[in-house]
Design a protein. Structure first.
Lengths: 167, 132
């Protein structure tokens, strides 16, 4: 005797199967989206940290290199907040100016006394703003706002003595 | 016979889907851990920057306690403590060694995330004694 199966008894396992496959598809998509978000966040954070660390470490190294008496000066030139670092090479005075202009950090090396032209410098890295302030006579503070909007501050104690603030 | 085959297929599908679900759970855990590690690294990075700024400020200023207060530290149980909203805490302990020639001040800056020590940064400052 052959047992007859009703159409309903066929459709229940099929529906269950489709439900499982659907569930699997939804969870796979969710997992992929979560993975993408995590990956993007990790890489973005690494990139932002690397950029801001690079700028601050560059500034710190520059100031440390020029940290001798009266060789670190904050000036205002063409409305720009400029960190001027002075040195003497073969008896001639030179200066290295670091400033933010047109959405980037620039460095300009020139003879002391030459007229300041921001476009003559070398474009180093993109950022929104870079400001230097003297917290105390021998404590320099550099505030950087990166292109991503990340804000970082660095303090550098001047070992050789007080910095000058000229206008 | 056909019903038996259908059941076998269903069982096979369920096993496969369960296996993939298990893999997804493991991968999800890995993602969560990666995000946590990333967040911890960011906190440690910010704490290090703050500790370095503190050390530089201490190097530049003569009055250690006043410098710590100006940076936002508060005195609690003989320790100078700064709690940041980023999720780290800086503690500064001051030790002074007085000699006839001057005073050597060592400030040990320790950074914590919850109760886990992230790093310790000593800031040493020497001030010559003023001539009588």
């Amino acid at each position: 005797m052959k047992k007859e199966l009703s159409p309903l008894s066929h459709s229940i396992p099929s529906a269950f199967l489709f439900l499982l496959i659907g569930l699997f598809a939804v969870s796979s998509i969710t997992l992929t989206l979560i993975g993408t978000r995590v990956y993007r966040r990790v890489t973005d954070t690494a990139a932002h940290n690397s950029d801001s660390q690079m700028v601050l470490s560059y500034l710190c190294n520059k100031v440390r290199t020029f940290d001798t008496e009266n060789n670190v000066t904050l000036t205002k030139r063409d409305g720009l907040n400029v960190l001027s670092l002075y040195e003497t090479l073969d008896g001639d005075p030179y200066e290295t100016d670091i400033y933010a202009w047109q959405g980037a950090m620039w460095e300009n090396f020139q003879s002391t006394g030459d007229p300041f032209a921001p476009e003559n410098g070398e474009r180093l890295v993109d950022l929104q703003s870079l400001t230097f302030t003297l917290v105390s006579p021998n404590l320099l503070e550099a505030s950087v706002v990166m292109s991503s909007g990340e804000n970082r501050t660095l303090r550098i104690a001047l070992r050789a003595g007080a910095a000058e603030e000229a206008n | 016979m056909r019903s038996h085959q259908n059941n076998l297929l269903l069982i096979e599908m369920v096993i496969v889907i369960l296996f993939f679900a298990l893999s997804q759970a493991v991968v999800l855990q890995v993602f969560t851990k990666a995000q946590q590690i990333n967040q911890d690294a960011q906190i440690a990075d910010h704490a290090l920057m703050r500790a370095e700024d503190t050390a530089e400020t201490l190097a530049a200023q003569a009055d250690t306690e006043a410098a710590l207060f100006s940076l936002g530290f508060s005195l609690q149980d003989q320790q100078y403590i700064l709690t940041d909203e980023d999720g780290y805490r800086l503690e500064a302990g001051i030790e002074r060694l007085s000699q006839p020639a001057g005073i050597l001040t060592t400030v040990e800056i320790r950074a914590y995330q919850k109760d886990h020590l992230l790093f310790s940064l000593p800031a040493v400052q020497y001030r010559e004694a003023t001539a009588p």
